[in-house]
Design a protein. Structure first.
Length: 272
């Protein structure tokens, strides 16, 4: 089994043993927080110590990505939920965002809420436009205590998500780094290779950049909705355009410009 699937099950069992011991340690340290008066030096120190233990779950899953996340995320125990959140943070996997959203809005535990916000902060650079939109809408519903660290983190997330959704690039050089990366890299590669004019051409794709652009995204869906409302037959097609790096970056930011929108007409081809 180990040879066929490339998974070291002995290592997983060993890691699970360490994992369960870490959960026990977390539960012990978290219970001490409950015994202290809030906002005191001792309370702050104990919270920091418990935070440090929680980081261990992230380290473990980075060493062994086969560790299970979902069973712990769906558990009712705080220690299990914290473990799952830190594992999601370590994996940079925003496919669990729906479950995190429910926990954030419905959990009474401030400690858990804060770590969910930290998880979203870590996931932010890996989110596409739809994920960023969902996050902004979620944070609009989330009402943390005034002047708390949760409130300041919420404000930071909203500002950062809006900025990234306006325009950002997600660079993929290692598809294994993230489940979404694997999907996007595979799709881009598949479209590219299937559209080669000559099958004998040999290319190696070393990097894929996912464009996040709110304006262009909205324009695309508005056009699509217009076709649907007028019952105009249509389908989405993937097309390719080769250019230099500088021009590609400008296209990613503004979309293709019509000839009349271009100032330097001498840069246009003779067909114009």
């Amino acid at each position: 089994i180990n040879a066929e699937y490339g998974v070291d099950f002995n290592s997983i069992y060993e890691q699970m043993d360490v994992f369960e011991k870490l959960i026990t340690t977390f539960e012990r340290e978290y219970s001490r927080i409950q015994q202290l008066e809030k906002r005191t030096f001792a309370w702050n120190a104990q919270v920091a110590a418990t935070d440090s233990i929680a980081e261990g779950f992230k380290t473990l899953v980075q060493q062994n990505p086969e560790l299970p996340v979902r069973p712990y995320l769906l558990s009712q125990k705080l220690s299990h939920q914290i473990a799952a959140i830190k594992m999601i943070e370590g994996l940079k996997d925003f496919t669990f965002n729906g479950s995190l959203e429910i926990l954030l809005l419905h959990s009474p535990q401030g400690f858990l809420q804060f770590h969910i916000l930290l998880c979203f902060k870590a996931l932010l650079p890996f989110m596409d436009g739809q994920a960023l939109k969902n996050l902004i809408e979620l944070l609009g519903l989330y009402l943390p205590p005034s002047k708390s660290s949760r409130e300041s983190t919420k404000k930071f997330l909203i500002s950062s998500a809006n900025n990234r959704w306006d325009f950002s690039l997600i660079e993929i050089t290692d598809p294994k780094q993230n489940p979404n990366f694997k999907k996007w890299f595979f799709e881009a590669s598949q479209y590219f290779y299937s559209n080669l004019k000559d099958p004998s051409w040999v290319y190696t794709i070393t990097k894929v950049e996912v464009v996040v652009n709110r304006k262009l995204e909205n324009q695309f869906f508005e056009c699509q909705d217009n076709y649907k409302s007028k019952k105009i037959p249509h389908q989405t097609r993937i097309a390719y355009h080769s250019s230099n790096q500088k021009a590609l970056l400008n296209i990613a930011k503004t979309g293709f410009l019509e000839p009349d929108q271009i100032k330097k007409k001498d840069k246009l081809d003779p067909g114009y």
